[in-house]
Design a protein around this ligand. Structure first.
Ligand SMILES: Cc1cc2nc3c(=O)[nH]c(=O)nc-3n(C[C@H](O)[C@H](O)[C@H](O)COP(=O)(O)OP(=O)(O)OC[C@H]3O[C@@H](n4cnc5c(N)ncnc54)[C@H](O)[C@@H]3O)c2cc1C
Length: 295
């Protein structure tokens, strides 16, 4: 009997409106949305959830797109696969940090079917796209039958696997603003097995002033070291307005590791994860700085 999924009724809406209507028709406890199923099926097999109705949105091709415009920035439909993001020429050119992140996300099979929206909506604190989106200052479009609303990526995940989505809403689009001039961004995750989820991850965006000397803006996002991906704001303050040196990055790393609130699990202790943050902030910061100087 182990690993056998309970029976469910399969519903395949053809339009977004149909999907939202189905969501509003069934009790929240009884139904679940499925996109690529790369995370959902795992927890269904473990019987952590046993939905009676599965609403499959993977066929909503209107939510599968990548668009870029200098002024508007990048728009990614929630149902775009990880692989499409990884391979997109415009993303490789304008937001290479996203394709780099995708290249190290799981294996190619998962990337071929799993969606970027599903990853963010799943809200695993160790997921890769969320911290990168926070560093990129992205916004998320959420759609319900009553209309759309926009939420900052950093405000989307509330707790372990909990998001700002209301029960009858879907995540429909990820919006990434065009990078300011003199900006460098880097993401690194630390894991024990290649392609696995992060034990800790850091995404950092550094913007330098016109002379490329002082740091005019910085965003540091941490993954895997708190119930939700978070900004390390004390660490950011250490770098803002200053000429970034290795010593200053070490100070920021120390501050970030103190701001994090990691939990211990079978893979790593709390102290180990704090140490990872300390090291990764320094490492990622050096690379983001080098990229900002070249930008
Ligand atoms: C072997 C393996 C390794 C993995 N490694 C990584 C890794 O290294 N990094 C990483 O980040 N992830 C990793 N994952 C997780 C997985 O890749 C992502 O979570 C996955 O891409 C989720 O997308 P999906 O379309 O498959 O979502 P699904 O599994 O279909 O759904 C996930 C959850 O999101 C909800 N959902 C989906 N789409 C929407 C939407 N548009 N609006 C609202 N709710 C929605 C579903 O109801 C469900 O609760 C791994 C998974 C596997 C199986």
């Amino acid at each position: 009997m182990k690993n056998i999924i309970f029976d469910f009724e399969y519903l395949a809406p053809k339009t977004l409106e149909e999907a939202l209507t189905l969501l509003s028709q069934y009790d929240e406890e009884e139904r679940k949305v499925i996109a690529g199923g790369q995370s959902l099926i795992v927890i269904m097999r473990q019987r952590l959830i046993t939905p009676k109705y599965l609403i499959d949105i993977k066929g909503l091709s209107d939510l599968d797109y990548i668009e870029f415009d200098e002024k508007e920035g990048l728009k990614i439909g929630a149902l775009t696969t990880h692989r499409a993001v990884e391979k997109s020429p415009v993303i490789q050119k304008e937001f290479s940090v996203l394709s780099e992140m995708e290249k190290n996300l799981s294996n190619v099979e998962t990337r071929n079917w799993g969606t970027i929206g599903g990853d963010i909506a799943h809200a695993d604190p160790c997921g890769d796209p969320a911290p990168v989106m926070i560093a990129l200052n992205a916004k998320l479009k959420i759609t319900g039958l009553n209309g759309e609303r926009i939420v900052n990526a950093e405000d989307f995940t509330l707790d372990f696997y909990e998001t700002a989505l209301q029960p009858d809403e879907l995540l429909t689009e990820i919006q990434v603003p065009t990078l300011p001039p003199n900006t460098g961004i880097k993401f690194t995750k630390f894991n024990q097995i290649i392609g696995d989820l992060a034990l800790a991850s850091v995404a950092m965006s550094i913007t330098l002033d016109g002379n490329k000397k002082a740091c005019s803006d910085v965003r540091i996002a941490l993954g895997g070291v708190a119930p939700a991906p978070m900004r390390a704001k004390n660490a950011e303050e250490i770098l803002k307005g200053k000429k970034i040196s290795h010593a200053l990055l070490a100070e920021a790393g120390q501050a970030a590791s103190e701001e994090a609130s990691p939990t211990a699990d079978i893979q790593a202790s709390e102290e180990y994860r704090r140490e990872l943050v300390k090291v990764l902030v320094k490492r990622v910061g050096r690379e983001a700085l080098a990229r900002a100087k070249k930008a």
